[in-house]
Write a protein that binds this ligand. Structure first.
Ligand code: ATP
Ligand code: MG
Length: 450
């Protein structure tokens, strides 16, 4: 066991002897200093408590205390004061000393006080350690769900976050792939560096490379000054390729090069630049099938897929639905100043029975819609969309001919729009870009009623 270190600063031999007797047990280590110079050499930050006389030849106790505190701000000091001269001790307390004892002191009392100071210090250290481990622990506070499938995903995130490995996140649309990519970054040692996302589905293919690698002034018409690419912006951090399957063959091979050589070459530049970027990627399609059909580079696929994290669809982790729905309910009610607080059992059952093809994003949208449509504290099925209610338009299924199908479709769109607009026809017409009179005609012809 670690010894309790007691440091006595006093010039009186008698006091030294008393201390040697009080702290005789092997659990203590007693250090004795007679003056300021010795005190400074004997003091280390692992000293648990300093007991010092107020009067030390050559300097005041308070002075030594201040010196020790400079090197060890958390130094814990108990002052010994001569009978009747406690002013300096009081000043010392005001300056941060812990306690004082008048000479002659009671040995048992002294030992109690010393032990208490040591106990409190150890407790403080333990708290500090706990707080640190909590800080170090992975934080997934924005990721909701406690299904075993999600836990498995989070375990993988934990174990790969701190490596520099590339990770391919797969899963249907809306399952949380970007959220997981961000969690990997924010739980990695790169967390204080940038996280840059590149979503190739929003960007024309001819811009991929200038955005990713940057360009030199004059690299092409319009390039009026040098521009850094995303790789350089993300230097030291993480770059996330959303929908990686959309990248052109040429961009794929350039990314592979960055992964292998750890350098980029801006367009129009003859020089390469070193970059230290971790690459994460996501896709909602079967990338291996694309590799097999020759639409995605095999070498890049294997380079990315070193670690694969697959996000299961929501319908396979239905236990997470109530938690997610509840958190979206609270968030959207707050954001939209709505009174919704809870969900009726029927409402919840419908959420549980639905298959959620759009996964968590669809659930998010459904909750937002429900909250916007209701003014009560409890959400009821009325506020859910027809798909979730399971009322597929009977006409749409039965309809045979083309015209009937079109009518059934129009009917469905109009009903949904009316619902969204609380059956105010004028508003619905506006949303549908129809003249109110046209909408009125359609409602009549299609036999739509609230
Ligand atoms: N476990 C979860 N807890 C809380 N919110 C989640 C969770 N999973 C996903 N979300 C939320 O759902 C939405 C969709 O998630 P995200 O954008 O990460 O999905 P995605 O798989 O990248 O979707 P897409 O394939 O459409 O790009 C986001 O708003 C995200 O914050
Ligand atoms: Mg995404």
């Amino acid at each position: 066991m670690k010894k309790k270190i007691v440091h006595l600063i006093d010039d009186e031999i008698v006091i030294h002897d008393i201390f040697k007797r009080i702290f005789l047990e092997p659990e203590y280590e007693l250090r004795i200093s007679e003056n300021k110079a010795q005190a400074k050499t004997n003091h280390t930050s692992d000293v648990d408590v300093v007991i010092m006389d107020q009067m030390i030849p050559g300097s005041s106790g308070l002075d030594i205390f201040k010196e020790l505190k400079k090197d060890d701000p958390s130094v814990r000091v108990i002052f010994l004061t001569a009978f009747g001269t406690i002013e300096a001790a009081i000043e010392a307390i005001q300056q941060g000393a812990l306690d004082y004892l008048q000479k002659p002191f009671n040995n048992i009392d002294l030992k109690h006080r010393v032990d208490r100071v040591i106990r409190e210090r150890k407790l403080g250290q333990e708290n500090e350690r706990l707080r640190k481990t909590l800080d170090d622990r992975f934080s997934f506070e924005n990721i909701i769900g406690r299904s075993p499938l999600l836990k498995k995903v989070l375990n993988i995130v934990e174990s790969v976050a701190d490596s520099n490995s590339t990770v391919l996140v797969t899963g249907e649309s809306g399952t949380g792939k970007e959220l997981i990519a961000k969690a990997i970054h924010s739980n990695s040692n790169r967390c204080h560096m940038p996280f840059q996302a590149f979503n190739s589905s929003n960007i024309p293919a001819n811009l991929f490379e200038s955005l990713l690698f940057g360009y030199k002034k004059g690299a092409y018409t319009g390039a009026v000054s040098d521009k850094k690419g995303l790789f350089e912006e993300a230097d030291g951090g993480t770059i996330f390729f959303d929908e990686i399957a959309n990248l052109t063959d040429e961009t794929q091979s350039k990314i592979l090069r960055v992964l292998q050589e750890k350098e980029i070459q801006p367009l129009g530049s003859s020089q390469t630049r070193k970059v230290d970027v971790r690459v994460l990627a996501a896709t909602n399609i079967d990338l291996l099938a694309k590799v097999k059909s020759g639409d995605f580079r095999e070498d890049l696929y294997y380079r990315l897929n070193i670690i694969n994290i697959h996000l299961p669809p929501l319908r396979e982790r239905k236990e997470d639905i109530p938690l997610l729905a509840d958190s979206f309910l609270k968030r959207y009610a707050r954001e939209n100043k709505k009174s919704a607080r809870a969900m009726s059992p029927k409402f919840m059952k419908l959420l549980m029975d639905y298959s959620w093809p759009g996964n968590i994003r669809e659930l998010q949208n459904a909750m937002l819609r429900a909250i916007l449509l209701s003014s009560d504290e409890v959400l009821v099925p009325d506020s859910l969309s027809p798909e979730i209610l399971g009322v597929r338009s009977p006409k749409l299924e039965a309809a045979g001919g083309f015209n009937e199908k079109v009518d059934a479709y129009k009917r469905q769109v109009i009903i949904e729009t009316l619902e969204r607009n609380n059956w105010v026809q004028k508003k619905a017409a506006e949303e549908l870009s129809l003249k109110p009179s046209t909408l009125y005609e359609l409602i009549k012809r299609l036999g739509i009623a609230k």
